[in-house]
Write a protein of this length. Structure first.
Length: 278
């Protein structure tokens, strides 16, 4: 395991940008650096199949984004969610990357997808977690797609307190295990919170884990530069949504930002704010 880790923001079907970004990361930090993804690897961009190929080849560990949920549902149940065809989702681009071009009948789409979706891609999607805790340079980080905000955390911390009040074993609040238990409860009872509900970043309401670990997430576009704070990092810089399709990564624990887009490459520190501003 490397002393550093790189977390890559929402990719949205852009394998060329992803490969360029990884080359820059590995060029500076070596081949052993751990790579993570905030999810939303698919939809909208020109080649979702290619983006998953790169993730598999590079050993990227990913949390599931809301744009992977329709694929995960299909692989788990055989039920195709036609909402992915809506322009806001951009799922037609994903289907085209797997050779599917006729979108008239959802039943036919399901049959084609069943026949064209590679085994390695099935395994990758099914292995995506709702949340991941990892360490880099002795610092703990928690990765989810959409982040955990204070209102949602309040609901589930109250539930943990009720459990504690009934005499059940609940880890101390300032421990890593407490934060893990909180995410475990949210993921089990209301996983959509961590995949679909974006944190308010204009008037930040991002939850602060009492163990002082840092949240890392995507989902909510923040403009062309990530927002980096001591307690949370927002990494969705519009790849697949906003020209020039900037794809960003943060190197932890250094908090260096590496970015590529359709116009240029750059290295920077993003927009750094002190967490007390939250």
């Amino acid at each position: 395991m490397s002393d550093n880790a790189a977390v890559i923001g929402d990719i949205h079907g852009n394998p060329d940008l992803l490969s360029r970004l990884i080359a820059k990361i590995r060029g500076k930090y070596g081949k052993d650096i751990d790579l993570y993804s905030t999810g939303d690897i698919v939809d909208r961009g020109p080649d979702s199949k290619g983006a998953i190929d790169v993730c598999i080849e590079e050993g990227i560990q990913a949390v599931i984004g809301n744009h992977e949920t329709w694929i995960h549902q299909f692989l788990s149940t055989g039920i195709f969610d036609g909402f992915c065809l809506h322009p806001v989702m951009g799922g037609k681009a994903t289907l085209r990357s797997y050779g599917i071009t006729d979108f008239e009948f959802e039943r036919d789409i399901a049959t084609q997808l069943q026949n064209t979706f590679p085994k390695s891609h099935r395994e990758f999607i099914n292995a995506m977690s709702i949340w991941i805790r990892f360490e880099a340079g002795g610092v703990s980080y928690r990765l989810t797609h959409a982040g955990l905000d204070k209102p949602a955390a309040a609901v589930y911390t109250a539930e943990l307190e009720r459990v504690r009040g009934k005499g059940a074993a609940v880890p101390p609040e300032d421990s890593l295990e407490y934060g893990d238990e909180l995410l475990r409860v949210v993921g089990k009872t209301q996983s959509a919170v961590l995949m679909w509900t974006g944190c308010n970043l204009k008037n930040p309401n991002v939850y602060h884990f009492p163990d002082d670990s840092c949240q890392v997430f995507g989902h909510t576009p923040v403009g062309r530069s990530p927002i980096v704070t001591k307690r949370w990092i927002a990494l969705d810089t519009g790849c697949g949504k906003m020209p020039p399709n900037t794809l960003s990564a943060v190197i932890l624990p250094d908090m260096e930002v590496i970015q590529v887009n359709n116009l240029t490459d750059k290295v920077g520190v993003g927009e750094i704010r002190d967490f007390t501003m939250d």
